[in-house]
Design a protein around this ligand. Structure first.
Ligand SMILES: Cc1cc2nc3c(=O)[nH]c(=O)nc-3n(C[C@H](O)[C@H](O)[C@H](O)COP(=O)(O)O)c2cc1C
Length: 176
């Protein structure tokens, strides 16, 4: 096995990284399909927030770690920096209206949305395919986003079809 000394890797500072044509970058990356989540939290004052996010993924099995990234310009970033506990709601294919509702700034994103309160205090969206409650353990710079790494606190899922996002549109999953 080849062992790479991290000190010898060429890791330029962020300012020296390349930026391809934004339209081309968006177009090519849009080829990659993802599931759709809503990241939810409750502040200590009891305010509920939620953000639609497709940047979610698993990182580590042992310990169980996930990651996602949030735009530096997102109004909800301050709350996700200040509150460690949050929930990942993995949306079902009949929940695209929920994905859209949480993808627009609003004073009450939860209007008309049924939730229950998780063990961490985070809102859990009813009808989601899975609820994963987490605690943020690291925050990393990621260009114009902040990458959040979180440990898994509780897990549950139900059977059903996921909502899929690709090329800027929602889809259902077509089994191969
Ligand atoms: C399918 C989909 C996926 C998205 N994924 C992300 C994401 O991973 N990170 C992000 O910062 N914004 C993402 N967005 C945009 C945010 O949901 C949107 O900017 C939202 O308004 C942020 O919440 P806030 O305005 O309350 O901060 C996504 C939007 C959609 C429709």
């Amino acid at each position: 096995m080849q062992v790479v000394n991290p000190a010898t890797l060429n890791t330029p500072p962020m300012g020296d990284l390349r930026t391809p044509d934004p339209a081309l970058y968006r177009d090519v990356m849009g080829a990659f399909p993802t599931g759709v989540t809503v990241m939810t939290l409750a502040t200590p004052e009891g305010t509920r927030l939620g953000v639609t996010a497709s940047s979610f993924n698993t990182v580590s099995l042992d310990p169980a770690l996930i990651l996602w990234s949030l735009a530096l310009k997102a109004p909800s970033l301050a709350a996700f920096r200040a509150t460690d506990h949050f929930a990942v709601n993995i949306l079902a294919d009949d929940q695209r209206h929920i994905a859209l509702q949480f993808a627009r700034p609003s004073d009450d994103k939860f209007a008309g949305i049924t939730t229950e309160t998780g063990t961490t205090g985070a809102p859990l969206i009813s009808g989601a395919l899975a609820h994963v409650e987490c605690r943020t353990v690291a925050r990393h710079p990621g260009g114009d986003h902040e990458i959040m790494v979180a440990e898994v606190v509780t897990l549950r899922r139900r059977d059903g079809a996921p909502l899929v996002f690709q090329r800027g549109a929602f889809h259902g999953l077509i089994p191969a």
